[in-house]
Design a protein around this ligand. Structure first.
Ligand code: RIB
Length: 292
């Protein structure tokens, strides 16, 4: 079982021919309301490739929250630990898609009601999981609590440090893998508290260049197949969900990274964070063909 503790956002996505400059108005070409949030995206990605996933999170008692719960349970993701709260709205992300890239502002809302005491109340679920997958769209003290509880129970932890904040030195010992992008990795490694021995815990996503990790003192890079992206939103989340589900299936780190890079590449061929997330069979077919 993989447990994902994290955010559920409604993504308010505007497509525009280009990004407006500060103070400028441009005419957009499309607007859509779609399910997102790094936590839920990663849970859906893992579920799509066949993993057994339970989600721990919070939504508002509003239309976005109700729609989200129905959507997740229709997908077969266990939502017994995603409770609606009355005092905060469901988290939202304002996303602009332009120039084959995206820009995102997240308003956490109910995601910040995932407090340390909420985490504590799910100790059994964390203890009974093989893997715990975390991002940073819930309070840092709750992530701290979750990592500590997982460590005490021998549950392996993958932390996707996004949106970036410096991470406490005490976390490194307790985490199995940290999955920053290039920019986040640079900030992590430059932190004066970072120790060389933790390098082998890093799995660094390189966007269109693929992924790299360190093993037996060597840096290994896995290239991503070349494609023309439709929407890169959620590519990192697809990578994380697919990575943990492959590790959970017993694949090696190298095999898991290869699978996850191909899953992430497929995900950017469709619009929306979750829409393009592939099934296990689609990724395996893609791997066999060596591209689109
Ligand atoms: O990683 C993409 C996600 O970041 C979006 O779905 C948005 O909700 C933000 O959390």
């Amino acid at each position: 079982m993989i447990t994902v503790i994290g955010s559920l956002n409604m993504d308010l996505v505007t497509t525009s021919p280009r990004y407006p400059k500060l103070g400028e108005t441009v005419l957009g070409s499309d607007f859509q309301t779609i399910f997102g949030g790094k936590g839920a995206n990663q849970a859906v990605a893992a579920n799509r490739v066949g993993a057994s996933v339970q989600m721990i999170g919070r939504v508002g008692e509003d239309a976005f929250g109700k729609d989200y719960l129905k959507y997740l349970s229709d997908k077969g993701i266990s939502i017994g630990s995603v409770e609606p709260v009355t005092h905060s709205p469901t988290g939202v992300a304002s996303i602009t898609v332009a120039d084959h890239d995206n820009a995102i502002i997240v308003v956490p809302g109910a995601n910040f009601d995932v407090t340390p005491s909420v985490i504590e109340s799910y100790e059994e679920r964390i203890a009974n999981s093989e893997w715990l997958l975390l991002q940073m769209e819930i309070p840092m003290e709750s992530i701290d609590k979750a990592i500590e509880m997982a460590y005490q129970h021998g549950t392996k932890v993958v932390l996707n440090p996004a949106p970036f904040q410096p991470i406490p030195a005490s976390w490194w010992e307790k985490i199995t893998y940290v999955t920053p992008n290039e920019h986040e990795a640079d900030l992590l490694v430059r932190d004066e508290q970072f120790e060389e021995r933790f390098l082998e815990k890093l799995i660094i996503t390189l966007g269109e260049k693929g992924v790299c990790f360190y093993q037996d003192g060597n840096k290994k890079t896995i290239a991503a197949p070349s494609v023309t992206p439709v929407d890169t939103t959620g590519a990192g989340d697809t990578f994380n969900g697919a990575l943990v589900s492959s590790l959970d299936r017993g694949l090696s780190l190298q095999e898991s990274c290869l699978f996850a890079v191909h899953a992430a590449t497929l995900s950017i061929l469709k619009f929306g964070a979750q829409t393009g997330m592939p099934t296990k069979e689609e990724v395996e077919d893609f791997l066999l063909k060596g591209g689109v």
